[in-house]
Design a protein around this ligand. Structure first.
Ligand code: GLA
Length: 396
């Protein structure tokens, strides 16, 4: 290693220590879970209320047989509509028609595959599909979830009336803790009360925006957002994320049909750059080889799962051409060159954009081409397709 490189590495080490000291100010939930962003599959984006034990079992089977488990996906989560009522004792009642064997048996099946099992409820009186919510039943529900073998709870925010978000979510945090079972706590209040300011010691992840829709750009009257609208809302939130407590820009739409492969590759790359939870939301039982290859690109997933746990952010933008960067545990950087325009364009990242001295030589590897591009000094440029990303790992 020559002197320049050694000095560069020392400088990077000091920068990393400085960051960690700053991040330590945010008190993190100490349930020991989600030290890297959670990875799994959730039923909502593709199946909405059409959930059943057969679907969930088949999704678990597919997660193993497709190689997703091997790539790091772990949690199989049933979203809304598994529940129908409360009984006379206040116990939550699952839909017996679609889950005839009961939730415990389903959780056992998922566990039998070496996977983890997740479920959904709501901090208000009803879920977003007006199924029974958790308000007033937090300790009873948490005890039930633990008895069923639940490993992950997504907790929504519909029908909350005048409830205070921090107080409401804190009750469920305490209830989960009391249950004695380690359960990842996923807050879903859509960023409406800025959870990044208060949820670090409440949840392991918190939604930072409204619902994602399966399109590159645009917003819906009801609040749904395209990929680039969500990206714009993430920049600036990066200092609130870290091991055990993550910003959640919502689940993946990769493979649901509303975007082309270039856009899906960019969507997935950017979620990894953001250290986002990676919850696949497509029909993983029947995905194409191209979609499979996006969801299981281990080098891109390694950026998401990097143990330093930093969320990347935008370091440069001009006329729809952007550079985003994420610091990595080894002192390297993941860089995404993002082209939001309608035409192919050249994008350059300069070393000074990512905190390196201009004279430091660095190895550049293209994470989608899976190809070393050699050593560069000062900057790296690439031609990027419309609505696409070139994602590289840069290592001094
Ligand atoms: C809200 C959430 C979604 C999904 C639905 C279910 O919209 O943000 O992710 O859970 O509710 O009804």
């Amino acid at each position: 290693m020559d002197t320049k490189v050694r000095i560069g590495r020392v400088a990077l080490g000091i920068a990393a220590v400085g960051f960690l000291a700053a991040a330590g100010q945010l008190q993190a939930l100490d349930n020991g879970l989600a030290r890297t962003p959670p990875m799994g599959w959730n039923s909502w984006n593709k199946f909405a209320c059409n959930v059943s034990e057969d679907l969930i079992k088949q999704a678990a089977d597919a997660m193993v047989s497709s190689g997703m488990q091997d790539a790091g996906y772990q949690y199989v989560v049933i979203d809304d509509c598994w529940q129908v009522d409360r009984d006379a004792q206040g116990n939550i009642v699952p839909d017996a028609k679609h889950f005839p064997s009961g939730i415990k048996s389903l959780a056992d099946y998922v566990h039998g595959k070496g996977l983890k099992f997740g479920i959904y409820s709501d901090a208000g009186t009803g879920t977003c599909q007006n199924r029974p919510g958790g308000r007033g039943y937090e300790f009873q529900d948490a005890r039930q979830y633990a008895a069923w073998g639940v490993d992950y709870l997504k907790y929504d925010w519909c029908n909350h009336s005048t409830q205070d978000s921090q107080a409401s979510y804190s009750i469920m945090r305490d209830a989960l803790k009391k249950s004695g079972r380690p359960i990842v706590f996923s807050l879903c209040e859509w960023g409406s009360t800025k959870p990044w300011l208060w949820a670090g010691d409440v949840g392991n992840l918190w939604r930072s925006t409204g619902d994602i829709v399966d399109k590159w750009e645009g917003s819906e009257k009801w609040g749904g957002l395209g990929v680039v609208q969500i990206l714009d809302l993430q920049d600036g939130l990066q200092s609130y994320a870290g091991p055990g407590h993550w910003n959640d820009p919502d689940m993946l739409e990769v493979g649901n049909g509303g975007m082309n492969l270039t856009e899906y590759r960019a969507h997935f790359s950017m979620w990894c750059l953001l250290a986002a939870p990676l919850m696949a939301g497509n029909d993983i039982r029947s995905m194409s080889a191209d979609i499979h290859d996006i969801l299981t690109n281990k080098e891109v997933i390694a950026i998401d799962q990097d143990p330093l746990g930093r969320e990347g952010h935008r370091v440069k933008r001009a006329d729809g051409l952007e550079v985003w960067a994420k610091q990595l545990a080894d002192g390297g950087r993941a860089v995404a060159l993002l082209n939001r325009t309608g035409a192919e364009a050249n994008i350059t990242v300069s070393w000074t954009d990512i905190g390196y001295p201009v004279h430091v030589p660095a190895k550049v590897r293209d994470l989608w081409a899976k190809k070393d591009l050699g050593e560069k000094t000062g900057s790296f440029s690439a031609s990027v397709p419309s609505h696409g990303v070139v994602m590289v790992r840069i290592e001094p």
